[in-house]
Write a protein that binds this ligand. Structure first.
Ligand code: PEP
Length: 260
């Protein structure tokens, strides 16, 4: 019922020509219940969008463009920042907010994540909000409390109508770019917890409707096991999205999951 979403976060990789080449090699899914989301670096958004918009429908196949980050102000003296409206104007439909690398290297907090979500929703962007615990937090038994506060603070003062335009990506920090993946059971346990919290804070309808993605060293070899879980509605893929061959296999695995 929720469908699947497979997103590729290209991070700080790819010049304009390389980004356009990569998107040309990505195979669309043969199933309308699968959305493919691509998040090139800011500098390649315009060119990738121009390629995607070649189709009269404005969107080729089921590809959607995402930005990797956003600032919360509408305009002004914020050197180097990019506003939600600028992203929408560049063709973005989605924006990734609160990625652990933003939290780790750029001091983002649940508070700034909350501001970014609110500003993005105002500009009609759909938000992919990343949450997840560090290895230390997991080893200290704090995973659930960390996830809970990331949800409560990140989505503070957001209505359930607004929440319906948000997706959560559970990305255990210890699994990002490390080659270590959460097992499908470990991931499912947290996804169920996230859904339960969304139900408690918002309502059952929103919680059942919300797509919750898993991210952290997803690759063609482990994706089917993850997607086979009831509460895992897709994947946010970093490293393996940089090569069309591996990303296409991940999309294919999504199709297999939907068809089975
Ligand atoms: C990510 O950047 O969101 C990510 C999950 O990266 P990787 O797949 O490389 O671990």
């Amino acid at each position: 019922m929720r469908g699947l979403l497979i997103a590729g976060n290209w991070k700080m990789n790819g010049l304009i020509g390389e980004s356009v080449q990569l998107i040309k090699e990505i195979q669309p899914a043969n199933n309308e219940k699968i959305e493919i989301v691509l998040a090139p670096p800011f500098t390649a958004l315009h060119a990738v969008n121009a390629y995607l918009s070649k189709d009269d429908s404005g969107q080729i196949n089921n590809f959607f463009l995402a930005a990797q980050d956003v600032f919360w102000e509408e305009k002004g003296a914020y050197t180097g920042e990019v506003s939600p409206e600028m992203l929408a104007n560049t063709g973005c439909y989605y924006v990734i907010i609160g990625h652990s690398e933003r939290r780790q290297f750029f001091h983002e907090t649940n508070k700034t994540v909350n501001k970014k979500i609110k500003a993005s929703l105002k500009a009609n962007l759909q938000c992919i909000v990343c949450i997840g615990e560090t290895l230390e937090q997991r080893e200290n038994g704090n995973t659930f409390s960390i996830i809970e506060s990331q949800i409560k603070e990140g989505f503070a003062n957001i209505s359930s109508e607004e929440l319906d335009k948000c997706i959560i990506a559970y990305e255990p920090v210890w699994a990002i770019g490390t080659g270590k993946t959460a097992t499908p059971e470990q991931a499912e346990e947290i996804h169920q917890f996230i859904r339960k919290k969304i139900e408690e804070i918002f309502n059952k309808f929103s919680s059942e409707k919300m797509k919750i993605l898993y991210g952290g060293s997803v690759n063609p070899g482990n994706v089917e096991g993850l997607l086979s879980k009831e509460d895992i509605d897709g994947a946010l893929v970093g490293g393996a999205s940089l090569k069309a061959e591996s990303f296409n296999k991940i999309i294919q695995a999504g199709e297999n999951t939907i068809n089975n």
